[in-house]
Design a protein around this ligand. Structure first.
Ligand code: SAH
Length: 387
């Protein structure tokens, strides 16, 4: 889009202040005025403060689920998209889901983590994940990613402490826009979220992790949080669950993570492990996992006080629709966690939040699109209500 196309007013969503000022000066608006307008939208939550004006996608669904640490809120924003691939069946929009998760920390302070989507659907086909069942519809723009934060903060009215890219999509399949969104979210004149409070979670695209490695050398980016969805203890199981493992296997992942640890001054990388009964929860899996994690526990490059090189996060599997596997029982999860701890690992057990509203990990997928699975792929739209 040329600047002339969106002259007056100009949306600052998805732009850093510096970029916004550039857009403004190009059309004769001073830098001071631009800054004022930028802050009105991103710090004060106004929708219009000329020359800035934003349009917020409508929130079409909102679900609350109370839990021990507070209320988990899932909200769905509807983005108009006339080119949607189901437009011929009357669906000409994209729904994206975000989840606000309350957490009470060790110091008893309550914080809120926003889980954002980076794509509508996902191309990676992980067998256990609901979003994967949709396939990829499209990637989101930086503006659409930042708008999820804006909606959480100014529509839901929740102060957001942390942001995790663990919603729909694979952030590394959309890395340019994800990185731009992070630049905006960390802008001191805007959302002002600390870099260390933002985490990208990936299936393990090594090329993307290489790019992060380069970026880490740039001021500010060293603190960006990283999470890897490992989900298995050997290549055989991992390749079955996650097709991406055929391209980059567990050895390749270990190599790049060790390189990253070096350039990130020993900052820990979160290793996520979705525990699926009968698939990856046996004793031998715990032993293999401990062996894979081993190089991360001894950390010669660690900066003082910087904890472990690798931190294991065990996530009890949340059954997707038509799941062949059940959720693990409390005992099964406890047993696996205890086993890992005995093997000397530092383990965090993630409490499941939002499972009833299909807002838990790996349960995000647009209701409208899900219906696709129940209709024959014909061009008439009869089947759409057939669910
Ligand atoms: N594509 C990215 C981010 C989205 S998934 C990634 O793979 O990391 C965010 C996390 O949810 C990942 O760790 C993923 O393994 C986990 N997850 C996916 N499906 C799940 C399910 N059904 N139950 C529990 N966790 C799941």
């Amino acid at each position: 889009m040329t600047i002339a196309d969106d002259i007056n007013p100009i949306s600052p969503m998805g732009l850093t202040l510096a970029a916004y000022q550039e857009h403004c000066t190009a059309v004769g608006i001073g830098r001071g005025k631009a800054k004022e307008a930028y802050k009105a939208i991103l710090c004060d939550g106004q929708m219009e403060s000329l020359p800035a004006k934003i349009e917020m996608p409508a929130v079409v669904t909102r679900q609350e689920e109370p839990g021990d640490e507070g209320i988990t809120i899932k909200f769905v924003q509807r983005l108009p998209n006339p080119e949607h691939r189901l437009a011929d069946r009357g669906i000409d929009f994209d729904d994206i889901e975000s989840v606000i998760i309350p957490m009470i920390g060790r110091s008893k302070r309550k914080t809120h983590t926003l889980c954002v989507s980076s794509q509508v659907g996902c191309a990676l086909g992980c067998d256990f994940c609901e979003t994967a069942q949709m396939g990829l519809i499209r990637s989101l723009t930086a503006a659409e990613i930042v708008a999820q934060w804006w909606a959480a903060k100014f529509i839901e009215g929740v102060h957001i402490d942390n942001i995790v890219f663990m919603g729909m999509g694979e952030p590394m399949d959309n890395l340019d826009e994800v990185l731009l969104a992070i630049e905006c979210l960390t802008d001191h004149n805007g959302a002002n979220i600390p870099m260390a409070s933002i985490t990208i979670s990936t299936v393990g695209r090594v090329d993307g992790l290489e790019r992060i490695k380069e970026l880490v050398q740039v001021r500010g980016w060293k603190r960006l949080g990283l999470a890897l969805s490992l989900n298995a203890s050997n290549d055989e199981v991992r390749s079955k669950l996650m097709p991406i493992n055929k391209k980059w296997n567990m050895q390749a992942l270990q190599d790049i993570l060790l390189e990253l640890r070096e350039v990130r001054g020993g900052r820990k990388i979160m290793i996520e492990y979705v525990l699926i009964p009968g698939v990856n929860d046996a004793d031998e899996h715990a032993i293999e996992l401990a062996a894979w994690m081993q190089p991360f526990s001894k950390d010669p490059t660690r900066e003082k006080g910087k904890g472990h090189g690798g931190l294991l996060n065990i996530i009890p599997y949340n059954p997707r629709r038509d799941s062949p596997w059940p959720a693990p029982t409390e005992e099964q999860t406890d047993q696996f966690v205890t086993r890992l701890m005995k093997l000397g690992l530092f383990v965090n057990r993630r409490r499941t939040k939002g499972r009833d509203s299909m807002a838990a990990c790996g349960q995000l997928g647009t209701a409208e699109i899900r219906k696709r699975k129940f209709v024959p792929m014909t061009s008439n739209n009869q089947g759409l209500d057939a669910k």
